[in-house]
Ligand binder design. Structure first.
Ligand code: TPP
Ligand code: MG
Length: 446
């Protein structure tokens, strides 16, 4: 009985005695002039409004380790990584543009319906993936395929998802390309409506805290764009994690654009990081084009989450070099030269390569060999995926929901079966399309 009555707060650790916020509050001249009913706020006589969270009306700083040409900046702590680990980081960063180049063209040839690149965000995505443990729960937006690849999902599985083949374990080909999900890799299925993953992540973080097997071991990490952070769900998620504490990393990829809307139209304040202190959440802004800075920042965010049992907000500053998706032509709203410049300035891959070269860990020959190998791996996987059949057409309707098939799905299934009976053989486009499914659509009609 007592157990049943115990509030969820019983699982919550006492708050950290000294909380370190990376931003400092504005300074007010304080006099002790009484007690307030609902707050411990010091009483002041001077009427003073404030805005910036930094106190000097300055901007929240950006943490970085490497300069633009891969040299550690003065005073920066370079994470202790071995040559082998650095190579793994670099290879995974390079795998992303290799996948992007090939799959972008594959979409243009009409072989897949849609694609989204991660150009420019390789350091943010791979650096974060590396800072997490592989069994931490990840909730992504759609640009985070690199997290799965880092975790060993495999190029074939990524192709299966994009091509919607029967090897697409997570979705049986029913999701749009780039909407990955893998229970095995602790990667929650992507959903298109923006920001829905953010409050879900605070719930996942809380569930981890309630699970004796995972408490103090795992965190939830949610990725979202600065555009998604304009949704109410961002605030719902932050408030939930702030009032019902949980080990949740909120990771904002601030890449400057939400499709055609530039970031400066998404907020008047100092980016996404400025919102953390309002929720009492430890916050850091990091150079998202510096893989070592991202690695350090997310590692520390994870450590704080586990130690304090509270959420942390990380804002990674980067630039979306690619178009938003294959449905977008970004030169309609930004200059070609701007994009060309950002391909070169602080390029996350070049920067890390220069760092590796300065350590004697990388050279031109290895660069060429790696690029050729990755291209070959991706092309082989693409050619293979092209030949693999889709799941049964009937699977479109199975296990969409748990339990019995709801009436609306039954109606839709029967309608499609009727249309297939009528036109499946006689109408050539459908006759050809049906051949792509494992059952040729037969199980649906039977
Ligand atoms: C609720 C909702 N509104 C609008 C969209 C259409 N949409 C898809 S992606 C996108 C831009 C998101 O930008 P951002 O969060 O910055 O992520 P980025 O694409 O830059 O990585 C929009 C508006 C959507 N999917 N869901
Ligand atoms: Mg964006």
């Amino acid at each position: 009985m007592l157990k049943a009555l115990r509030s969820p707060h019983a699982f919550v650790k006492a708050p950290l005695r000294s909380r370190t916020l990376t931003t400092s509050a504005p300074k007010f001249p304080v006099k002790n002039e009484g007690v307030l009913p609902t707050s411990q706020s010091p009483v002041v006589a001077k009427l003073q409004f404030f805005n910036s969270v930094t106190g000097e009306s300055g901007q929240i700083p950006t943490y970085r380790v490497l300069d633009g040409v891969g040299i550690p900046i003065e005073g920066a702590e370079v994470p202790e990584i071995s040559e082998e680990y650095a190579r793994k980081l670099y290879e995974n960063m390079q795998l992303l543009p290799t996948m992007d180049n090939i799959l972008y063209n594959v979409q243009r040839q009409g072989k897949i319906s849609f694609y989204m690149t991660a150009y420019g965000e390789e350091a943010t995505i791979i650096g974060s993936a590396a800072a997490l443990e592989n069994d931490d729960e990840v909730l992504g937006q759609y640009r985070e395929m690199g997290v799965l690849l880092w975790r060993g999902f495999g190029i074939d599985a990524a192709m299966a998802q994009c091509f919607g083949t029967q090897e697409d374990k997570g979705g049986k080909g029913r999701q749009m390309p780039m909407h990955f999900g893998s229970k095995e890799h602790h990667f929650h299925t992507i959903s298109s409506p923006l920001a829905t993953q953010i409050p879900q992540a605070a719930g996942v973080g809380f569930a981890l805290k309630r699970d004796p097997a995972r408490r103090d071991k795992n965190v939830a990490c949610v990725f979202f764009g600065e555009g998604a952070a304009s949704e109410g769900d961002f605030h719902a998620g932050m408030l939930l994690a702030s009032t019902i504490p949980s080990p949740t990393i909120f990771l904002a990829r601030n890449n400057g654009f939400a499709i055609s809307t530039p970031a400066h139209e998404q907020y008047y304040g100092d980016g996404i990081a400025a919102r953390g202190p309002g929720y009492g959440v430890d916050t850091v802004r990091v150079d998202g084009n510096d893989v070592l800075a991202v690695l350090n920042a997310v590692r520390e965010a994870r450590r704080r989450c586990l130690e304090g049992g509270r959420a942390v907000l990380v804002e990674a500053m980067t630039y979306r070099v690619g178009h938003h998706s294959t449905s977008d032509d970004s030169f309609a709203y930004r200059g070609r030269q701007e994009v060309e410049n950002w391909k070169k300035i602080d390029n996350p891959i070049t920067r890390f390569r220069l760092f590796m070269e300065s350590k004697g860990w990388w050279n031109e020959k290895e660069e060429e060999e790696l690029k050729a190998k990755l291209k070959n791996d991706v092309m082989t996987a693409f050619k293979r995926a092209e030949t693999i059949k889709r799941s049964d057409l009937r699977d479109l309707f199975t296990d969409v929901y748990g339990g019995e098939e709801p009436w609306n799905l039954r109606e839709q299934r029967e309608e499609l079966a009727g249309l297939l009976k009528k036109y499946g053989e006689v109408w050539e486009p459908w006759r050809n399309e049906l051949k792509l499914f494992r059952d040729g659509g037969k199980k649906l009609v039977d």
